[in-house]
Write a protein that binds this ligand. Structure first.
Ligand SMILES: *[C@@H]1O[C@H](CO)[C@@H](O)[C@H](O)[C@H]1NC(C)=O
Ligand SMILES: *[C@@H]1O[C@H](CO)[C@@H](O)[C@H](O)[C@H]1NC(C)=O
Length: 215
């Protein structure tokens, strides 16, 4: 039995090593992971998102500080946006261009008077919502001091008690606990022929990782 478990683990290792979908491929790095919102779709997108949190950046396309900030923001958005992101479904990362006339009213509602300006909250709180500097209590928070991708992710981690990293890869997060990674599913299919898979079985495999790697 122990032998089967060890060989399954070796099998999982080799599957994951050859399966490109287990890793964030460098070819998939794009420049527009953040979702562009405008006055027309703002409420609808935030209303429909399954994400628990939303990050909304008000910026202006003509603002140099915003252009410099874009790659930082995108590095963080890459982790969360889209169903095949490293950490999907938790945070929806968006931006609104206040340099476009159609967004003037929307930007005014959030008192966006400097760019970029970042807000955080539950998506539903943004729907039909707004923000004022003198408001005592608000469900929407302004994010300050998040000038780099690292600092923005730190802010998020502190806010929700997470430990996301900019270099997180899909594979690391999925192997031990998730049901939907290719690796686990394939391993399960193989293992089902041998015995019923239990989470204990997987724990044992993980425990033997060191041992297997040193064989
Ligand atoms: C608002 O954004 C949506 C989605 O990106 C786009 O289809 C639409 O054309 C935009 N509206 C305006 C007025 O720019
Ligand atoms: C994993 O998938 C199986 C079968 O598809 C399901 O019965 C089980 O509840 C899932 N477990 C978790 C933790 O999602």
């Amino acid at each position: 039995m122990e032998y089967l478990r060890l060989s399954l683990f070796l099998c999982m290792l080799s599957l994951s090593a050859t399966s490109p979908s287990s890793f964030a491929s460098p070819n998939s790095i794009r420049a527009d992971y953040a979702v562009n919102l405008n006055a027309t779709n703002f409420d609808a997108v935030l209303n429909d998102t399954p994400a628990t949190f939303a990050l909304v950046q008000f910026y202006a396309h003509w603002c140099p500080a915003c252009r410099n900030y874009k790659p930082h923001y995108e590095k963080v958005a890459r982790l969360f946006n889209e169903p095949d992101a490293v950490h999907p479904g938790i945070i929806l990362i968006t931006r609104v261009d206040c340099g476009l006339k159609i967004n003037t009213k929307l930007c005014d509602k959030f008192s966006a008077d400097h760019y970029p300006m970042l807000f955080w909250g539950s998506p539903s709180k943004f729907v039909g919502g707004g923000w004022e500097p003198k408001q005592e209590k608000s469900d929407i928070r302004v994010i300050v001091g998040a000038r780099t991708a690292d600092r923005l992710l730190d802010w998020i981690n502190k806010q929700i008690g997470s430990s996301f990293g900019l270099d997180d890869q899909k594979f690391q997060n999925k192997l031990p606990s998730s049901n939907d990674s290719d690796t686990v599913q394939i391993a399960r299919a193989i293992y089902d022929d041998v015995e019923e898979v239990t989470s204990t079985g997987f724990d044992i495999i993980i425990e033997h990782q060191e041992l297997v790697l040193h064989l």
